[in-house]
Ligand binder design. Structure first.
Ligand code: SF4
Ligand code: MSK
Length: 635
């Protein structure tokens, strides 16, 4: 693969050329130098779970069929998969836990955050069975935080409260019958690590069921918990207009990029960047521009209107512009190579979390009680760095696209309420029932160096829209669609099939937008996949069917992270047909691959994985599934 042909984002080849001229290596160069990748690893049949190994199974049946301890391919693949899902869930749960701690500290006056969304606070409290009567917002916030802490301290037999309070009742019953209801998220992670250690579980089916359970730990102890708490603290998103792609950087300004996943510090960096504009002007700039990468980017886009710089694969190239004064990172999806790239420019790489340090970066520790001081210090480091910027090294690609983001469930229902105030979901459901909207697909997840950047997201979505399938998007998929111009009213006119276009136009007009709703609705970050789950729950409840019966699907076309494996497993457990555009490392075991993509998953859960590496074929597979569900519903 030529490194010039790695992305459909027009900013990428321009900056790759600059990177090469500046003597830099990027993710794509390293991907090329890793070829060919290990076939055992790709199939999932390599085990390092004890020091007798590594052991490898010969996929052709001629060499060893068992590891030294006797583990066969099915066991090794199943064990590796559960460990990946556990890694992903751990990341989301640690994130959610930090948000809960912040809420608690804010509620007791120890952290300088205002509780911004009292309505959401009351709604969450209500779901948890906490009485809201006569309580001020700090008291109620403390009680909600304590309810979350109680899940982490749960030593009894009751399932996780956050799950039973937020998941569809029909699902809770189904998972209960299968013995899959998780209790304490921390304990589930510990148990899964134990279960997969050498000489414990050797039953691949039992391990697959544990993986499904880990998906539920992720979905409710991670995604849903994080979204709820972040909305309470920082506000539930509502539609906002901004821009995407590296053209949002401006050579005349101090440019600060915020990157990672947890918005606790980045919200404050945004606040302080706005407060310290004068210092930037005194330093000779025209002000301060902020831009986001990965899911921290999505968080501050939705709530603060901060533009998106780029998604996962192009994070190094953002620095290569030579115009970034500080890249502030928290956790997850931060390439270790950023330090090598920032070393070639004046850019300050600032790490902030104790578990995510990078040699060569400046570490400014996030301390919740002093978060204002931390954020102020970070902005001042950026302003100082700006003074050292070398204009000769600056090249900002001219590409930027308008985006409309921030479609929380509350915002979607709010827009629909303009059509039917008493029964907001009715217009949506009526249009699904009459076929104007064929169905819906959540397009989510990462970039992956194995896929031409953004190409799968865009080709798949184009095909779905043409066929009147409404798209909702999160994560780096949402960035990809934003950069390619799919998050705008204009995209509805350009890409949506006629009946979908008519519906989106009617809703947009009724909502007072004077334009159609975008055909792909930006619903947020990776943890905000919980919003998609909530929307499905509401639609299923309205129709009095199970989520598994809805004409919907999910797709992670370019996923790379373990978190995506956990999220995808949660989606399947919810009953959703879940497409993967990159082959997961399970093909070394027919038992595991077959269970996840075949009748076993479908019979037990109603959902299953669907692996297809061609975007058009994938869209056709999703459409066929949606039509099948419609036929079964008799619509
Ligand atoms: Fe080999 Fe078994 Fe040890 Fe894995 S656990 S490395 S298969 S001996
Ligand atoms: S940031 S997890 S590359 S979506 Fe959420 Fe993007 Fe995937 Fe990271």
């Amino acid at each position: 693969m030529s490194v010039k042909d790695v992305s459909i984002d027009p900013a990428v080849p321009e900056l790759l050329e600059k990177a090469e001229n500046d003597g830099l290596e990027t993710v794509w160069h390293r991907f090329a130098s890793q070829q060919p990748q290990c076939g055992f690893g790709l199939l999932g049949i390599c085990c390092r779970n004890c020091v007798q190994g590594p052991c490898r199974i010969d996929p052709f049946g001629e060499g060893p069929q068992k590891g030294i301890c006797g583990a066969n391919a099915d066991l090794i693949v199943a064990r590796n998969l559960l460990r990946s899902a556990t890694g992903g869930a751990a990341a989301h749960i640690d994130h959610a836990y930090e948000a809960v701690e912040a809420l608690y500290q804010a509620a007791v006056g120890k952290a300088p955050y205002e509780i911004k969304d009292e309505a959401k606070l009351k709604a969450v409290a209500g779901k948890l069975g906490i009485s809201v009567d006569g309580k001020d917002k700090n008291t109620l916030a403390r009680e909600v935080a304590e309810a979350a802490f109680a899940d982490f301290a749960n030593h009894g037999a009751a399932p996780m409260k956050w799950l039973t309070a937020t998941a569809p009742a029909e699902r809770v019953e189904t998972w209960g019958k299968l013995g899959l209801l998780p209790k304490n998220p921390d304990r589930e992670i510990r148990t899964a690590m134990h279960q997969t250690s050498m000489g414990v579980d050797s039953d691949p089916v039992n391990l697959i069921l544990a993986t499904v359970k880990m998906g539920l730990v992720d979905g409710y102890g991670g995604l849903h918990l994080a979204t709820d708490i972040q909305d309470i603290l920082f506000g539930t998103p509502s539609p906002v207009v901004s821009d995407a792609n590296l053209g949002v950087l401006d050579a005349d300004y101090v440019n600060i990029i915020i990157h990672g996943h947890v918005p606790l510090l980045s919200e404050k960096v945004v606040e302080w960047a706005r407060k310290l504009e004068n210092e930037a002007i005194a330093a000779g700039a025209r002000g301060i521009k902020l831009a986001g990468i990965c899911c921290t980017g999505n968080e501050v886009l939705m709530r603060q209107g901060v533009p998106l710089a780029t998604n996962f694969l192009a994070q190094e190239l953002a620095v290569t512009t030579g115009a970034v004064d500080a890249m502030v990172v928290d956790v997850q999806c931060i390439m270790p190579s950023l330090a090598d790239i920032t070393a070639c420019y004046h850019t300050k790489l600032i790490t902030t979390m104790p578990i995510a340090k990078v040699p060569g970066a400046e570490h400014v520790p996030f301390d919740i009680e002093k978060v204002d001081e931390t954020a102020r210090q970070i902005v001042r480091i950026a302003i100082e760095a700006y003074k050292n910027r070398d204009p000769e090294k600056v090249r900002i690609p001219g590409h930027r696209s308008k985006v409309v983001a921030g479609f929380s469930v509350e915002a979607v229902v709010g827009a629909l309420a303009k059509l039917n105030a008493d029964n907001p979901l009715k217009p949506l459901v009526d249009n699904i029932a009459n076929g104007n909207i064929l169905g819906a697909c959540g397009v989510v997840g990462c970039n992956n160096a194995k896929v031409v950047q953004d190409s799968f997201h865009v080709a798949l979505v184009k095909e779905l829209l043409k066929n009147n399938v409404l798209v909702v998007a999160t994560g780096c998929a949402a960035h990809a669609l934003g950069k390619a111009g799919f998050l705008t009213p204009e995209a509805t006119l350009q890409y949506a099939g006629d009946s979908l276009k008519a519906v989106l136009t009617a809703v947009g007009e009724a909502a007072g937008l004077k334009a159609p709703l975008p055909p792909a609705l930006h619903m947020g970050s990776c943890v905000d996949n919980s919003r998609i789950g909530d929307l499905l729950k509401a639609l299923a409840a309205y129709l009095n069917v199970a989520v598994k019966d809805l004409p919907v699907a999910a797709s992670a076309p370019e996923y790379q992270h373990e978190k995506a494996i956990a999220i995808g497993t949660w989606a399947v457990a919810l009953g959703v047909f879940t497409h993967l555009g990159v082959v997961p490392p399970v093909l070394g075991s027919q038992v595991v691959a077959g269970a996840l993509t075949g009748e076993t998953a479908e019979n037990l859960l109603g959902g299953k994985f669907y692996v297809e590496t061609d975007p058009i074929a994938a869209a056709q597979g999703i459409i066929a599934h949606i039509k099948d569900k419609r036929a079964k519903l008799g619509i």
